[in-house]
Design a protein around this ligand. Sequence first.
Ligand code: DLL
Length: 437
Amino acid sequence: MKDLTPKRSSLDPIEIASRDEIGSLQVTRLKWSLRHAYENVPFYRDSFDAAGVHPDDLHTLSDLARFPYTVKNDLRANYPFGMFAVPREQIARIHASSGTTGQPTVVGYTRNDLENWGAVVARSLRAAGLRPGDLLHNAYGYGLFTGGLGIHLGADALGLTTVPISGGMTPRQVRLIEDFKPTAITVTPSYALSILDEYAAQGLDPRASSLDVGIFGAEPWTNAMRMEIEQAFDMHAVDIYGLSEVMGPGVANECVESKDGLHIWEDHFFPEIINPETGAVVADGEQGELVFTSLTKEAFPIIRYRTRDLTRLLPGTARSMRRMEKVTGRSDDMIILRGVNVFPTQIEEALMSTTGLAPHFQIELTRPDRMDQMRILCEAADNSIGASDRDASAKALSVAIKQSIGISVFVEVGRVGAVARSEGKAVRILDKRPKSK
Ligand code: DLL
């Protein structure tokens, strides 16, 4: 793999500024953001008033803990434009979450917001090893989802040549990678695996492709998956994180030279980790739920937003800004199986350590006889693997899961193609348990 470490002189000065400098910028910006939200969004005025706090009460970063949290339901309750802090005419762009569970969540950006978004995504792509003139194959979905258009903004800001292919039509993805010879691909890790399958289907060698780096996010993925993808494509695989409510992709990104967690672009997004049960802020280094406050957003300021993503904060390494560890999962995706907490990422890790299996999987939950059961649907690495070897792999995986997580599960290993493929975010959990009333 190529050394893609960016030149220090190409970084934004704030990326390598002292902690004092970053902290004082954050205090100044936080004061602005709290006031902006309070004065322009009735929801924030009401919620601050109800909590008995005022933007003037913030003097240091730790004072932020006195302010109330914002949750997804607050955004839903203010559908569609109630959380906007500027008149609708000043909104340059609207994105929305797919809203699988009812009301979609709508977010907006002013022109300045789009510029800042482009700047943090450009910073993310540069951290991943890209430089002006590189060719990018952008396979995140374009549309209301922030992935495609968000990456595109950053690619423009960095000066890349962008192929806005979006997700889907997998044979064409391979064709254009082979013909256009991109340096990098931006895509969900699960869709990268579908593209990898298509390489095999076309009898092409992915290691011979032009790709030097893949920038993967929008869903949890493990270091074991990183190794698998890096090995398969002979390229770097780095993690990009973000969420629509806070901006979109580019809230945090891994540096290609260290790959040790994602540096949070703390000059725009202030992170906290809280205990999800008590709501108390926990110290850096401790696991919990990630909470973000925007520092510069005009159209859609977001104060202490509970992301439901579980991780921990770590000190800076390749950059001065703090890192978040790879996300373990969302609290909503945590399965409690007979009293044991399980995340799909733990299943992924066990799967990757078992031989003879492809990296695709789904988790099916059922409740026969009032007891929850978990079935892991996965598939053989290739079709030359016969039924008895597939059974042996199934056994090996259930033993690995029993040993590492402590739960008994059924494993079904099908032939190649048995598991539904993703073109964007993978659906990991099929919950077939009766809905509790
Ligand atoms: O997924 C933004 C994005 C697009 C990030 C492309 C990276 C690349 P949403 O659709 O609002 O936005 O979903 C946000 O996805 O709260 C996490 O649960 C999950 N997520 C995003 N990035 C990662 C990641 C985009 N790198 C939700 N690792 C977040 C784990 C991630 N989970």
